[in-house]
Design a protein around this ligand. Sequence first.
Ligand code: IPM
Ligand code: MN
Length: 360
Amino acid sequence: MKSYKIAVMPGDGTGPEVIAEAVKVLDAAAGKFGFQLEKTPFDYGGERYLRTGEVLPENAIAELSKNDAILLGAIGHVDVKPGVLEKGILLKARFELDQYINLRPIRLYPGVDTPLKGKGPEEIDYVVIRENVGGLYTGMGGNSMIGTEHEVAVQSMVYTRHQVERCLRYAFDYARKFGKKARGKGEHNTLALIGKTNVLTHVFGLWDRAFNEIGEKDYPDVKREYYHVDATCLYMVQCPEMFDILVTSNMFGDIITDLGAVTQGGLGIAAGGNINPNGLSMFEPIGGTAPSWTGKNAINPLAAICSGAMMLQHLGESEAATAIEEAVKATTPKMKSMIANEMGFTTTQVGDMVAEIVAR
Ligand code: IPM
Ligand code: MN
């Protein structure tokens, strides 16, 4: 029987509660589709940091690397200064494991409320591919003359042709495989580059040249579009149906995927994957730790469950991944809301419902 080694990192806040439900559903899928998940728990997070003073032990990346994938809950603790755990664990894993793609589907499931008037699952159905290790996130820059009125601060948006090219190639491949034409929803598979070529001419000039060169040469079958990031925010609200697959820089991707998440019903349902196409990938709900709901059995586990489905898709178990997604689509119409404590069910009940449908 096929077996996969999974590093399970529940993390902080409601992370452990949503990961427990994701694992429940993943186990149901494994049983149904005939593969095994060999899970190793990792306690990295705020509690451990407060106990040991160590954000990540020295061997953490090596230990994680013994696995086929990582399932992450959420990182962040109310008693730890903002940034310490995010940089020390989440960003460290992304960088050290070279997870240069952040895959974030923006998909409205049946029966889920969206703040977008007149839009439904037909209209809100696209994917953002965010470059995940470069740009403004490299930490390059610095301050001087702190404490004086002449303080200087620089934070550089850094991209190399290599970084841009590998991200774009992933995005073109993804569009070819999972674009609207491939899914029987449109005439073309379309990849749109989201940038700011009218102002940030250096960095997005590079993105734009690489996008058109690679597209013309190697992906003539994928339709190319370009939008400025500010206009993209407007279209995401006004006419999300125009989008198929989007590719963008790290910072822009961070910002627009929170906007996307709210249009798909909120962070309770928004899933993501930090992907190294040739290495170890890490799947996480994008919602965070939700400290006020910790331990109340009230948080929505669907984002974590959908991240689990993305993990199976990535591992090559696409039938099982589709089964989970279908089970989620059968569950959302029964729920009152995607918001914590307003679902009409507890966290465990939602997990049970999805697991039961998957196992059927
Ligand atoms: C995300 C988060 C992280 C990011 C934070 C927690 C460092 O906002 O995954 O979108 O900025 O990438
Ligand atoms: Mn973010």
